[in-house]
Design a protein around this ligand. Structure first.
Ligand SMILES: NC(=O)c1ccc[n+]([C@@H]2O[C@H](COP(=O)([O-])OP(=O)(O)OC[C@H]3O[C@@H](n4cnc5c(N)ncnc54)[C@H](O)[C@@H]3O)[C@@H](O)[C@H]2O)c1
Length: 255
């Protein structure tokens, strides 16, 4: 099936992790037709490995070091990709994670800031940086990676990771509503637990297998489950869909 990705330029954040969603998304977009996939991460050594893997598929790629919580870094990142490829058709906001694990009763606002900056402000910054060029072309697709934690309440009050991802849901809808007239679509993929570096400790599979007991479909998410949903939103198959939160979590979140 032609996903309509031929000739497209994508930018994927958080693409350094060699077992993460970002790398899987970047490779799938390249395989499915994108001409160039620029990748970025705070960890440039790993990000270079992802760019090399994309080039091995016969597609163009550059790896750019950027901290997506830093406005100057994000501006420099987008400029670099625009200078190289002249456009960004698809932005995948994947970078994120749990930035603070301080319990609510002991936490300070500075602890809460960390999750909000990493998961919400980062996405607001990257979207802000690509908007003018997408508006000019009257076309663009943005996919934000959210989380099933927005619909789970047992991880303690003041779980700012979940709160920051709920902000991502709302921002996705706000952006989608306001930019639809400019030809820009924005959707969110909300993963269930998967064995990436997001899961702490060495036994990631063991942890996911334990969590899988509570998942209706009886297994955790794979990197490719999340990449497939992201590619769907990036593609023309979803050309009439915007402002949606798609939970890819084996039936854990139903709404
Ligand atoms: N794996 C899961 O179980 C799970 C579940 C729900 C949501 N998510 C979300 O999926 C997204 C991807 O995470 P993953 O599971 O692939 O984890 P991962 O840790 O394997 O990858 C995250 C990547 O983001 C990068 N990163 C972190 N902070 C950054 C910053 N400030 N600037 C630039 N890059 C930065 C890391 O270096 C890493 O390469 C995250 O937004 C996470 O919240 C993951």
């Amino acid at each position: 099936m032609d996903l309509g990705l031929k000739g497209k330029v994508a930018l994927v954040t958080g693409a350094g992790s060699q077992i993460g969603f970002g790398k899987e998304i970047a490779l799938l977009l390249a395989k499915e037709g994108c001409d160039a996939v620029a990748v970025t991460d705070i960890n440039i050594d790993d990000c270079n490995k992802t760019a090399d893997a994309i080039k091995k598929l016969g597609k163009k790629s550059i790896a750019v070091k950027a901290d997506v919580t830093n406005q100057a870094d994000v501006a420099a990142l987008v400029k670099k990709v625009m200078d190289e490829y002249k456009k960004i058709d698809i932005l995948c906001n994947v970078a994120g994670g749990i930035a603070s694990r301080v319990p609510y009763d002991k936490a300070k606002p500075e602890d809460w800031d960390k999750d909000i900056h990493l998961n919400l402000y980062s996405i607001m910054l990257t979207c802000q940086a690509v908007l003018s060029s997408m508006r000019e072309k009257k076309a663009g697709v943005i996919i934000n990676i959210g989380s099933g934690s927005t619909r789970m309440y047992g991880h303690g009050a003041g779980n700012t990771y979940a709160i920051s991802k709920a902000g991502v849901d709302t921002f996705t809808k706000q952006l989608a509503f306001n930019e639809a007239k400019n030809g820009i679509r924005c959707n969110c993929v909300a993963p269930g637990p998967a064995p990436t570096n997001f899961i702490p400790g060495p036994d990631k599979k063991g942890m996911i297998d334990m969590l899988a007991k509570t998942i209706p479909m009886g297994r955790g998410a794979t990197q490719s489950d999340i990449a497939n949903a992201t590619a769907f939103f990036a593609s023309d198959l979803s050309s009439y869909i915007t402002g949606q939160i798609l939970h890819v979590s084996g039936g854990s979140v139903l709404d």
